[in-house]
Design a protein around this ligand. Structure first.
Ligand SMILES: *Cc1c(COP(=O)(O)O)cnc(C)c1O
Length: 227
C-alpha cells in the first residue's frame, strides 16, 4: 500500500507547488510516514518536515542523518519532561501552548545554548480536543512571553476544529491573522508576528487566502495515514 502512494509523492508536490505562492513555506507533515517516503519528498526539493511524536521523529531523523539540510518542525503537544529532547531535535516548535512550557523551553534553551524558532498555538474557536491558547489568555501572557529571551517567537499557529464550512474556515483563519496583527501593533521587543502557520490538506488554500506564511501538509502529499 505504501509503495503505491510513494509513487504519487512527486506529482502531488508539483500540484501543490502550482497552487501556493512562492512566499508560503510548504512544510511536509511526515508523522506516521516512513523515512524512505521522506527521502522522496526531499528529492523533490522539500526541506521542511514536521512531526508530532518525539520518539518516532528521532528514529527517522537517525535514518536521515545524511540529509543534513532538513529543517525539522515539531507540531505536537509537548509534555515538559520531553521539552529538552524536542529542543535537541527540532529547530522550529509550532506548538507552544502554555506559559509553563514557555518558561521550561526558555530555561532549557539557555542551558543548551540553542535559540529555537517558536510559534504560539492559538485556539481561535473552542475545541475540547485541542491544545492551544485562548485569545484573552494569550494576550495576558504576552509580557511574560516577551521576557523569554532565548525563544525566537515568530508568530502564531492555528488548527481549526473539524467540520467547519469554507466560510467559517476562512473567517477563523482571518481571525487568527487579526490576533497576530493586534500583537504586532503592541510592539513587543521580543515578539515577532511575521509567521502564520495555518492550513492543512483540507483547508490550506483558504489559509493562504487569509495570510498563512506556512502550510502544514500531510495527507495531500503522502496519502492517507493509517489511523
Ligand atoms: C497531522 C497534522 C497536520 C497535517 O494534516 P493533513 O490533514 O494530513 O494535511 C498538520 N498540522 C498538525 C498540527 C497535524 O497534527
Amino acid at each position: 500500500m505504501e509503495n503505491e502512494l510513494i509513487t504519487q509523492i512527486p506529482q502531488q508536490i508539483d500540484l501543490i507547488r502550482q497552487k501556493i505562492p512562492s512566499h508560503v513555506r510548504l512544510i511536509a507533515v511526515s508523522k506516521q510516514i516512513s523515512a524512505s517516503a521522506i527521502r522522496i519528498a526531499y528529492n523533490c526539493g522539500i526541506r521542511d518536515f514536521a512531526e508530532n511524536r518525539l520518539q518516532e521523529a528521532i528514529a527517522k531523523q537517525e535514518q536521515l542523518q545524511d540529509l543534513s539540510d532538513i529543517c525539522w518542525h515539531f507540531i505536537g503537544h509537548i509534555q515538559t519532561k520531553k521539552a529538552r529532547k524536542v529542543l535537541e531535535h527540532f529547530s522550529w516548535i509550532h506548538s507552544l501552548d502554555s506559559l509553563k512550557l514557555a518558561k521550561k523551553l526558555n530555561n532549557l534553551a539557555a542551558e543548551l545554548s540553542v535559540s529555537p524558532q517558536i510559534l504560539l498555538q492559538v485556539k481561535i474557536l473552542p475545541d475540547p480536543n485541542k491544545y492551544g491558547w485562548e485569545v484573552p489568555e494569550l494576550l495576558a501572557a504576552l509580557p511574560e512571553l516577551n521576557s523569554c529571551d532565548y525563544l525566537n517567537i515568530q508568530g502564531l499557529m492555528a488548527i481549526l476544529p473539524l467540520g467547519l464550512s469554507p466560510e467559517q474556515t476562512l473567517s477563523a483563519f482571518t481571525e487568527t491573522r487579526k490576533v497576530a496583527e493586534t500583537i504586532q501593533q503592541q510592539q513587543w521587543s521580543n515578539l515577532a508576528m511575521n509567521e502564520l502557520s495555518m492550513g492543512m490538506s483540507g483547508d490550506y488554500l483558504l489559509a493562504i487566502k487569509a495570510g498563512a506564511t506556512m502550510v502544514r501538509l500531510g495527507t495531500i502529499i503522502f496519502g492517507q495515514r493509517a489511523m
